[in-house]
Design a binder for this molecule. Structure first.
Ligand code: GLP
Length: 245
């Protein structure tokens, strides 16, 4: 196919035609297959290298292709489906047959400030623990998670998290607190250099950012958490149930 002369609608950019062509090719190949190089595609498709590069980059961002430094571009493995449920990361990964590990990256006590205070229903001058953790499944970094919890309500939390990976287990065992409901938000963001390094991706790569604001049975807020996942690797699945008539 020579894209310079191929049929395309007036609103379709040239790179998109290349992308459609590559998507058709990807459909025919098993995961892990090498795709032709930029140079070969440029010649085969009769277009510019910039056009080919843009099509390839979008497919990498969408998780259809993966680039391996100094080796080439390959058809990606299927994404991992991750149900959105009122459970902990540890419970959910275990229930899906994955082994879980956690690296405590940073943990500090700080002043809540206006926005965290509003979420946790405490004063802006009150203390909160800010805990940053890298979550891994089957030894692959999956998410970077920053959690805020009231320092008054959960004294000694950081010490417990140095000994136990699951925050929800610590909350239940040490404080008798169980999150039973949460508002969960999903947004997109571009990976910062730090997130990119921790999650083995490129700065600017598309990320899915989950925000969880969880509550106990009495309706009191427990945690405010932001979790950064690689957008090219995960599909979040929520079961929606129609309200009772
Ligand atoms: C998920 C949620 C977080 C929650 C965490 C607890 O990742 N998005 O809001 O803090 O689970 O998981 P764990 O008990 O494994 O630390």
């Amino acid at each position: 196919m020579v894209v310079a002369t191929a049929q395309r609608s007036p609103r379709e950019p040239k790179y998109y035609l290349v992308k459609r062509h590559l998507l058709e090719l990807i459909e025919t190949l098993p995961p892990g297959s090498l795709v032709p190089t930029e140079r070969v595609l440029t010649v085969e498709l009769g277009t510019s290298r910039t056009t080919v590069r843009q099509a390839l980059s979008e497919l990498v961002g969408e998780g259809r292709l993966v680039r391996r430094q100094g080796s080439g571009t390959y058809v990606a493995e299927p994404k991992i489906s991750w149900p959105l449920q009122m459970t902990s990361f540890t419970q959910q990964a275990s229930a899906n047959g994955y082994s879980v590990s956690t690296t405590l990256l940073d943990a500090a006590r700080q002043r809540a400030g206006d926005s965290v205070a509003a979420r946790l229903a405490i004063k802006p001058s009150a203390g909160v623990f800010c805990v940053e953790r890298l979550r891994l499944v089957d030894e692959t970094p999956m998410a970077v998670e920053t959690s805020y919890l009231s320092a008054t309500r959960f004294p000694g939390l950081i010490g417990h998290l140095r000994r136990e990976n699951s925050l929800y287990k610590v909350l239940a065992d040490e404080y008798g607190v169980r999150p039973v409901a949460a508002d969960e938000t999903i947004e997109t963001a571009a990976a910062s250099p730090r997130e990119a390094e921790l999650l083995n991706t490129d700065t600017g790569a598309p990320m899915l950012v989950l925000g969880r604001h969880s509550f106990d049975a009495a309706g009191a807020p427990i945690e405010w958490v932001r979790s950064w996942y690689r957008g090219d690797r995960y599909t979040f699945v929520a079961r929606l149930v129609a309200p009772a008539q």
